[in-house]
Design a protein around this ligand. Sequence first.
Ligand SMILES: Cc1cc2nc3c(=O)[nH]c(=O)nc-3n(C[C@H](O)[C@H](O)[C@H](O)COP(=O)(O)OP(=O)(O)OC[C@H]3O[C@@H](n4cnc5c(N)ncnc54)[C@H](O)[C@@H]3O)c2cc1C
Ligand code: SF4
Ligand code: SF4
Ligand code: SF4
Length: 315
Amino acid sequence: MIDSVRLKDVVASGRCTGCAACMVACTRGGIEVDEFAIINDELCRSCDTCSDVCPVLGGSPADEFDNVIAVYKSRAKDMDGQNGATVSGILKYLFEVGEIDAVIGVERDEEWKASPVVISDKKDIAKIAGTKYTYVPIFKAFKDAIDEGFTNIAIVGTPCQVNAARRIKNSNIIGASDKIGAIIGLFCLESFYYNGLCKNLIEKEMGIDLKSVKKMEISKGKFIVMSDEEKSVPVKDLGRYVRLPCHKCVDFSAYYADLSVGSVGAPDGWNTSIVRTERGKEIFEIAKKNLEIEDGSIDAAKKLSERKRKMARER
Ligand SMILES: Cc1cc2nc3c(=O)[nH]c(=O)nc-3n(C[C@H](O)[C@H](O)[C@H](O)COP(=O)(O)OP(=O)(O)OC[C@H]3O[C@@H](n4cnc5c(N)ncnc54)[C@H](O)[C@@H]3O)c2cc1C
Ligand code: SF4
Ligand code: SF4
Ligand code: SF4
């Protein structure tokens, strides 16, 4: 046993992202996660195993692009998604060829409250398509998927979530480390508090009924809300609603993913996709049948990554 659990410092510093990876690591049921992790001191035995999977303690590399194998411009042939639906297209094909038996995704209710969900059938992929700019504890659903008996699970998530997924995969946590079949990352500059973004900004300030919103998008310096009409505000208006842990985060392009997907650097309706591991290469090769693919550029992602690091230094 050790004296202190490092995870407690992460929570105390306000940097806990609320990913819930630590819940997967704790075999004693000693952690609950809502916005952030709460350790139950009565159940905790101070083994510190939970700290080994925490993305904040894992940290980010100095050079976020030193593992890039290939960069593509891509879009799914027959699916709708946030941008080119590359993520949905890949997931669909991985299901079709039996490479995965479940996906951890994020769905939303009619008021855009997001929650993690286990998807086990390709026909349900449309339920998780589209970006929710708020944050969810995706590893709660990963835990459910393991409990339900899935053994080859794809994790899709923001860079911090992907960092945790890689740490779980590289760990020796029995019953979890061997259950991750693919790690797909999303580019991410920041995420937002639900009440701030949805209730204050969209509902009160922009005067839009959340139930009528079909899509939200951050593009070319604007936050765009699409309902029956399209309204937008400058992205800087979102600054006050950025989640605290995002302030110091420096990974933009999901370094620890097998494959990272974003919109920046690609034309409207397309994605920029970065292959980062041999497994990522394999996944892209398998999913090619479902995608249109052209050569891509990493320059715009690099610029946003630099911007993210600058913002983290200044916040
Ligand atoms: C919080 C956030 C911020 C982002 N910021 C940027 C950015 O600054 N620049 C950029 O180029 N791209 C950004 N992205 C990525 C972009 O919005 C798209 O997710 C990406 O381009 C993939 O598009 P697609 O059409 O292939 O997605 P789709 O095929 O529509 O698939 C979307 C996938 O994203 C998952 N997802 C949705 N919301 C969340 C969430 N909150 N947490 C975890 N997973 C989620 C779904 O489960 C689904 O699997 C961000 C994404 C998120 C979640
Ligand atoms: S230190 Fe060990 S027992 Fe305590 S919460 Fe973390 S994993 Fe659970
Ligand atoms: S693993 Fe995730 S939820 Fe747990 S302390 Fe770290 S950031 Fe927070
Ligand atoms: S900015 Fe960082 S901490 Fe915030 S959601 Fe994105 S990857 Fe996670």
